[in-house]
Design a protein around this ligand. Structure first.
Ligand code: SF4
Length: 298
């Protein structure tokens, strides 16, 4: 019996015993934890998906995807209102640089929970997490949850990152890589004892102490096989560099972030109106750059 078959059977048994209509339950997802965010004290909920179906994420491969949500606020609305600080902290990628597609899988997962279709994880589910590969932070920052709780949600292979490495519970360095944007951040993270994950604009920027993300070098290697981004716990400790990806717009926004230009003036968590003004400004600058021959990102 495979690991997934086993947990599937345990869920079917549970539904039968409690006389729950299986068509009203999202059997692929579980509630791992509900409580207050360590970032701002607001309510959050942690959901894990992958109990029934393999993840289709091309980069990670088949890993259980753990996401952190603001309770009772859809992810897109949380982003627009700035409430996402509950689960994202002060991550500088919040807003239009973040790669997470809030309208699709992540939004559907939250909706399913909000509709009451997701059940609490039980012992068999936590056992399952220990027997499979886990990706912390498909959406949200894992360090928003107490370390003693979330460190129980993995077995021998996991991956995860935090932008809150400067101020979070430092035991998270054993579980997560520190997300950094520049060399100053890299040096500080190393000084504090973290392994780092740095998004760079050009491969030339990679330092000798960093290895390029294996999936970037060879797309056939997925996180599920690689597992390097798992903090200091693993024997193969590595600092990772990865090339920024996404739309040209996001890439330019990231360049601004690293240059400390508009970002420092406009901030990472603007209100809806402020965000619109910021977007219009950045779109105008981006258009100017491309019109004048810049922005060769291919
Ligand atoms: S280095 Fe490995 S674990 Fe980290 S992001 Fe790349 S493929 Fe995934």
């Amino acid at each position: 019996m495979t690991r997934r078959t086993k947990v599937r059977a345990a869920m079917q048994d549970r539904l039968r015993r409690h006389d729950i209509d299986p068509t009203r339950v999202n059997i692929n997802t579980r509630i791992l934890w509900e409580g207050q965010s360590l970032f701002d004290g607001e309510d959050l909920v942690v959901l894990a998906s992958g109990f029934q179906l393999p993840s289709q994420n091309e980069k990670t491969g088949d890993m259980v995807q753990v996401s952190y949500f603001v309770r009772h606020t859809p992810p897109l609305e949380a982003l627009r209102s700035g409430k996402d600080s509950t689960v994202c902290g002060d991550c500088p990628l919040r807003g239009d640089i973040c790669y997470v597609q809030l309208e699709q899988g992540v939004g559907n997962t939250w909706q399913s929970w909000n509709d009451g279709k997701v059940l609490d994880a039980v012992e068999a589910d936590y056992e399952y997490l220990k027997s499979v590969e886990v990706r912390y932070g498909a959406y949200g920052d894992p360090a928003s949850v107490p370390f003693d709780i979330s460190s129980e949600w993995h077995g021998s292979v996991w991956t995860g990152y935090t932008h809150a490495w400067r101020y979070c519970d430092q035991r998270y360095s054993t579980l997560l890589h520190a997300s950094v944007e520049d060399k100053d951040g890299y040096v500080l993270a190393k000084t504090m004892g973290w392994e780092s994950y740095r998004i760079i604009e050009d491969e030339d920027e990679r330092m000798d102490t960093e290895v390029m993300c294996l999936n970037h070098t060879n797309p056939e290697i997925q996180c599920v096989e690689c597992g390097l981004c798992s903090g200091t716990s693993t024997r193969a400790r590595r600092d990772i560099a990865n090339k920024v990806h996404g739309t040209k717009y996001k890439i330019i926004r990231y360049a601004f972030l690293r240059g400390g230009l508009l970002f420092q003036v406009l901030g990472p968590a603007p209100s809806k109106t402020f965000k619109r003004l910021k977007d219009e400004t950045i779109a105008a600058v981006a258009s100017f750059v491309f019109d004048n021959g810049g922005g060769n990102t291919s």
